[in-house]
Write a protein that binds this ligand. Structure first.
Ligand SMILES: *Cc1c(COP(=O)(O)O)cnc(C)c1O
Length: 232
């Protein structure tokens, strides 16, 4: 099978899953954006995905993302950053990414706004909320649910940033539904003060149905579309 055919069937499978989940949970598939997580895969795959209709791609490392965006110049793609962010890279990420899913502490906000100030339009920002039990927090990043509203206010105070919602990664073991319910509760409380923060980025290859059941507007899917990641 050619790489193009592999990607086409991966995409079809994922869209079928999204549609089935939407049908079961009374959601409109048009409300759910599939973001293809292309980390570790070459820019040639991104070009093929674009030919197959993909318009949202995600990377988790600053250098890799910036380089691929350069290689894919001219393609109408929205670039998402989903990796853990270092504060000394935040301004640089804001120069190439269109959406940052992983803002999880106040220290990132000013440098992100500084980098975003060099763009033509505000940078879309999601707060990454930790869905891990308190004793495991920090492992994969994420603001605690309790601290999320204050961080939301901080982001919203910067004109260069546009607070769009929240993001979460389900715990490695445990019930994704319970985790995504917690994320949804945080989303609701953030939206009370910030009505435009309507996005919920939740769900990956293994748990996208549970995420859609809990209101996900963006699912971040790597393996189910592109296969196992190379070189790890
Ligand atoms: C890699 C990654 C994904 C995609 O994971 P798959 O299991 O390959 O679908 C989603 N979200 C984040 C934050 C990631 O780093």
């Amino acid at each position: 099978m050619s790489r193009r055919d592999e990607l086409r069937s991966g995409l079809r499978r994922v869209h079928d899953q999204v549609e089935a989940a939407c049908a079961s949970f009374g959601r409109d598939p048009a409300e759910v954006t599939v973001v293809a997580v292309t980390k570790y895969f070459p820019a040639s795959d991104i070009r093929l995905l674009h030919e197959l209709g993909v318009r949202d791609v995600a990377e988790n490392k600053h250098q890799e993302g910036a380089a691929k965006r350069e290689e894919c110049a001219g393609l109408d793609l929205t670039w998402h950053f989903v990796g853990q962010m270092q504060s000394n890279k935040a301004a640089a990420v804001a120069r190439w990414a269109d959406v940052v899913h992983s803002v999880d502490r106040p220290r990132l906000v000013a440098p992100l706004a500084r980098g975003a100030g060099e763009r033509n339009e505000p940078l879309a920002v999601l707060l990454q909320v930790s869905l891990d039990p308190p004793e495991q927090r920090g492992d994969r990043g994420g603001v605690s649910p309790e601290a999320a509203p204050a961080l939301a206010d901080d982001v919203a105070a910067h004109a260069e940033l546009r607070l769009r919602g929240v993001m979460g990664v389900a715990p490695r073991d445990g019930d994704p539904t319970a985790a995504f319910e917690r994320l949804r509760a945080v989303a609701v409380s953030v939206r009370e003060t910030h009505p435009h923060a309507t996005w919920i980025s939740a769900g990956m290859s293994g748990d996208l149905q549970a995420a859609i059941a809990q209101g996900a507007t963006h699912v971040r899917v790597g393996t189910a579309i592109l296969g196992n990641r190379p070189g790890r």
